[in-house]
Design a protein around this ligand. Sequence first.
Ligand code: GLN
Length: 616
Amino acid sequence: MDYGLTGDSSPLISIYRRIPDVAMPPGRGFSFRDLYSYLSSEPEYGVSKNVEDKTVKLEDDLLTDPHSFPPTEMLSSVQNPRILLLQCRRHHHRHRLPLPPKPYLQTTISSSLHTSPPPASQIGTLRKSLLSREKTAVELAETYLTRIRLTEPQLKSFLHLSDNVLRDAGEIDRKIERNEEVGPLAGVFVGVKDNICTADMPSTAGSRILEGYRPPFDATAVRKLRESGAIVVGKTNLDEFGMGSTTEGSAYQVTANPWDLSRVPGGSSGGSAAAVSARQCVVSLGSDTGGSVRQPASFCGVVGLKPTYGRVSRFGLVAYASSLDVIGCFGSSVADTGTLLYAISGHDKLDATSSKREVPNFASAFITQDFSESKPLKGLRVGVIRETIDSGVDPEVISSIHGAASHLEELGCIVTEVSLPSFSLGLPAYYILASSESSSNLSRYDGIRYGNQAVSDELASLYGDSRAQGFGSEVKMRILMGTYALSAGYYDAYYKRAQQVRTLVQKSFKAALDENDILISPAAPSVAYKIGEKKNDPLAMYAGDIMTVNVNLAGLPALVLPCGFVEGGSAGLPVGFQMIGAAFDEEKLLKVGHIFEQTLQGCSFVPPLVADGFAC
Ligand code: GLN
């Protein structure tokens, strides 16, 4: 399956072709000035150059090329959206899912690590020991800081560590001593992705262009965390501006996967996922534009939640693609993830796209639930998305997803297959829309308002050089692709069509969720890659996002949690599965996730480096 990214009919290949060598997979650095002069010196590209309004008008005959975007089958479905919707409905008739024989879970990895009890809420445990005065917040802080000191040289999850951890912990201890009320997250150590603004630490978004930038404010999500008593431990590593799937795209460092230090933690929120997996902090914030919370959660064996678009304020989140961006949550248990979501959710007058919907106390609804009844999820309708357990997906991953589906069935769910025929169209549409929005959002980095400035005595070259020196090659490539897709001559062919596909994706999810309570799929087509494996093959890297991008196009909530292992590393590599719900149905996802996690036998998702006492 090429998911529309390879082969002659791929829209991205088509864009790449028009932006010649300079923008092909990074191999050598290039500047915008290089690009413009290259294009203007090539008569065959017929460039008319207007750097200031960022319009690149390329006149060639590719629009009439039969291989150009959109691919023929996409064109026909976009022209006749009803056809695809009808196909969706036709595919929705229920039939039993062929489940593999028991035992469903991967049992090839035998390790004592995988036999411990289900994950307990770390937030709950910590709160108990604080309020019972068994431990002080300072003592707890010292434990986490020691862990960070021992593991950070190998993992490199953090770009900055806070100087205020012990001061903040001391403040909580004083409040407890005086019997004053402490917030629901008192003493909880939180990692924050470095594209989320914090007033007391730099916020670089993993980019040289923002090196040393200190915002004068906290993002709304961070402000709410601090008001709940949480302690922000540090800022976590990410692919520059959130563009990437491995965290290798950070301008500063490569983060390692705690399960196998030679592998990536996923991305772009790889630092936040690795930090929770290695217990360097209790929970963390990430951002998810096309899967950047869910895919690294899967690679690192932790829980990752992408909330409904609008559930959490984006104020203070460095914009990548504003119609897709959401702040999301990582935890080592579903209960912790739900507790974190509750703390950061809600309307914010500083973000007009934040929702005024009431915010339920997500975790309190299920945290005390009794699982002794044999079918706690009786009657819940679960649809396995057929296109996600198809060719192109690692067979071991598919078998873990079958295992998860079987476990849900044992819990009382009615599991069937559903088809989302527009599924593979989501990937090229996502990359066109995300690149287009980023080309506009990133125009604010001019070397004057924020971050780094190149040395120059002339304004135009100050802009050009600051951007050429400040942005990495993947970011430049996205800006070029986006500028191209939005340019006057190609807007209809790329951006408009991609928006039409987006509507189609939304409608097909709606049809599937009218018939099912939740949909499930793998979180990624494979487990964690080796560091360097995909770095020079951006299209292969983009293809790895196939499981997650559609959910962002539709603005829906999705929860990823570990469900099994495949062979790799010293103790196996975790596999995550994704549960997708209707808009604002996070409560249901978290409840199902909690019951799933607490009843899953024989799996403990604590990486060897933690279990071995940080001897990494
Ligand atoms: N890997 C995707 C991208 O590079 C998703 C990134 C994200 O969710 N921030 O666009």
